[in-house]
Write a new protein. Structure first.
Length: 554
């Protein structure tokens, strides 16, 4: 079938081929198997090093941030990562400023990136953006259970100038005492850092895009509003934002209320017995969750959402927490970030491969190594993926005011949610969208139903396989684009890197629609199959019927 992902087929076939005669049997049936290779053929960095030529002019200000990216200069990395700069930058222009944020900046050789720059933020609060760098969208990819880092062909620096920033103060390698107690304060501190960063690398006047995930669903809308309030296009010309699996509302709305329909959809992955399944359904009815989903997850929305009651275990309404307790018995390696995960628990170079920390005896966290810290201009100190950086956040949820304002003010806002994520649930995010007023109307007026298409491509390296074809459902109204991402957990660019790459192309305005059949802008020579509208419609209707309770949508 044409619309099935060729990559999914050929990826499995390649694995079978390594086992001998089974691969030969597939080839006799006419299935062409790609030859395994250690590096992608067409997705290497767009421009290779040319002697001493650099993208960023070398000055006294930039000199201390230069990272030697040649093969072997960064521990365990046996390939050239290209030109980059890293280090600490103060959050203000005060002479005695001691609070500093850590960044790693990769200028892009892509000709379309000349007037823009994109910021990546992880969540937490207090989780390092070096997680995103190493396991999601940076040039170096070191995935769970793999023996060494490899080149990432879905590296976002192939599209745009990228900077990964650890923030707020108290996160990762940042320096100083955490003082922020609100998102407004966090955003103001970042704005001070950002001005210093642009001045240092002579990047003023660039269009700014901001992307991130999880608690960045709070960080990014507040940061976009801070930039807008500055009214200064030399430093703060923000044009678009993209938030993955975002924390944009209460935990009750994002977790408890949609939890039972989620378990129903993925019942085979939870493997609950009938008595527990009946119990959580009864409790969802008792707590009003079933009626809440039926009434308010509708298109168009019928009214503003009533504030859901807070949950606790005494009244039996903390269903999400009880589901996790139960599934840890049926699957002790259950990953709340990606529910399709089963045992064994894989080792992770960042020490956090799933629902809990895991550091095998004798191993060391990669960014906690002194040799690594020296290579990337980081301070020599203990490093952890997530730390306490914003103990008390007094700001209201971003969906109340700042996210709708950002949608109206910016060129594009993209919200993506993986449909295998249980730490925050996609139907909770859709409920949140239906409660927001943007572009003069409340919520989406039509139910999401368009196919999200990821172009067919020529990266068949066994180290970086990623899907193509229809990879979810998308919808755009009034400058807000939604994607329900198929086959992905919480960290979409990690689990579906080609999808994340396409979504960035859309954010940057390189493609007009996430249903577009155009090839990747960095692989324009790859032909795409013709659209099949019937298959698009069937895919969307099947997904909706399996995952949502919304009788009013039809």
């Amino acid at each position: 079938m044409q619309l099935l992902s060729l990559l999914a087929l050929t990826g499995v076939a390649s694995a079978i081929n390594t086992r001998g005669s089974r691969g030969a049997a597939l080839e006799r049936k006419g299935i062409k198997l790609p030859q395994p290779r250690s590096a992608p053929k067409h997705t290497a960095p767009l421009v290779k090093r040319d002697g001493n030529a650099t993208i960023i002019p070398q000055t006294e200000k930039t000199a201390k941030f230069v990272v030697n990216g040649t093969a072997g200069a960064i521990p365990e990395v046996d390939f050239d990562i290209g030109e980059s700069y890293a280090g600490l930058m103060p959050i203000s222009d005060k002479a005695n400023e001691t609070n500093e944020l850590y960044f790693w900046f990769f200028p892009s050789a892509n000709e379309d990136a000349g007037d823009e720059i994109t910021i990546w933020l992880n969540g937490g609060p207090g989780c390092s953006s070096l997680e995103g760098f190493l396991q999601e969208n940076g040039p170096i990819s070191w995935q769970y259970g793999t023996p060494k880092p490899v080149y990432n062909p879905w590296n976002w620096a192939n599209l745009t100038n990228m900077v990964w920033v650890e923030q707020p103060v108290g996160t990762g390698f940042t320096q100083g005492e955490p003082t922020a107690t609100s998102e407004e304060e966090v955003a103001a501190q970042f704005a001070g850092f950002w001005k210093n960063f642009l001045d240092t690398f002579d990047l003023c006047g660039r269009k700014v895009y901001i992307a991130g995930e999880s608690y960045a669903g709070k960080y990014i809308p507040y940061l976009a509003n801070e930039f807008l309030d500055q009214e200064d296009k030399e430093y703060y010309d923000v044009k678009g934002i993209m938030i993955y699996d975002p924390s944009v509302a209460s935990d009750t709305l994002l977790e408890d209320i949609p939890s039972v329909p989620f378990v129903d959809r993925w019942s085979g992955l939870f493997n609950f017995n009938q008595s527990f399944t009946d119990e959580i359904h009864q409790r969802a009815e008792m707590c009003g969750y079933t009626d809440y989903m039926d009434t308010y997850l509708t298109f168009p929305p019928i009214s503003k959402l009533p504030t859901p009651n807070s949950t606790n275990r005494d009244d039996g309404c903390a269903i999400w927490s009880d589901i996790i307790d139960a599934v840890m018995l049926t699957n002790p390696c259950f990953d709340v970030y990606q529910v399709a995960t089963t045992c064994p628990l894989l080792w992770d170079q960042l020490g956090f491969p799933g629902s809990f920390d895991y550091l095998p005896e004798g191993q060391q966290i990669y960014f906690n190594r002194t040799d690594v810290q020296k290579a990337i201009n980081a301070p020599i100190q203990p490093w952890a993926e997530c730390q306490t950086a914003l103990e008390t956040d007094t700001s209201v949820d971003s969906s109340w005011v700042v996210l709708p304002r950002a949608i109206d003010a910016l060129d594009r806002t993209v919200i993506v949610h993986g449909d295998l994520d249980f730490i925050l649930l996609y139907n909770g995010t859709l409920l949140t969208i239906q409660n927001m007023t943007f572009g003069g109307e409340q919520g989406f007026q039509e139910a999401p139903s368009d196919a999200f298409y990821v172009p067919y491509h020529e990266d068949y390296s066994l180290e970086s396989l990623s899907a193509s074809g229809i990879m979810g459902i998308t919808h755009t109204e009034r400058k807000l684009t939604w994607v329900q991402q198929a086959l992905s957990g919480h960290m979409v660019p990690q689990y579906q890197p080609s999808s994340g790459y396409r979504q960035l192309e859309f954010l940057l305005g390189r493609v007009d629609s996430l249903s577009s059949r155009d090839p990747f802008t960095t692989q324009k020579w790859v032909e795409q199959p013709q659209a099949n509208a019937t298959d698009f419609k069937v895919h969307a209707e099947k997904s909706r019927s399996n995952s949502m309770r919304m009788p009013r949508m039809y």
